[in-house]
Design a protein around this ligand. Sequence first.
Ligand SMILES: [Zn+2]
Length: 86
Amino acid sequence: MNPIVPSPSAVPSPSRRAFVAGLGVGTLALVLAACGRSASTSAAPAAAPSYYTCAMHPQVHSNDPQGHCPFCGMNLVPVYGKTEGQ
Ligand SMILES: [Zn+2]
C-alpha cells in the first residue's frame, strides 16, 4: 500500500466537486448581486412620486398610494419626475 498515491477513482471526484461548488458559489454571488441591486432601486426611490396613475389608463391621476383605477380597478402605480396636470 502506498498512501501517497491516491487511487485513480478518487482523484477526479474531489476536484470536480470543488469545480462545481465554485461554479455554484459564483452563480449564487451573481444572482445575489443582481437581486440586491434591483431590490435597492425599487425599494428606496430617491424622490417621492409626483402622483399615482393606472398602467392601463394614464389619464388617471391620484395622490393616494393605495388608490385603485376607477376604470379597471388596478392598483395605481407611482409616477416620478412629472408635474401634476400635464
Ligand atoms: Zn385602469
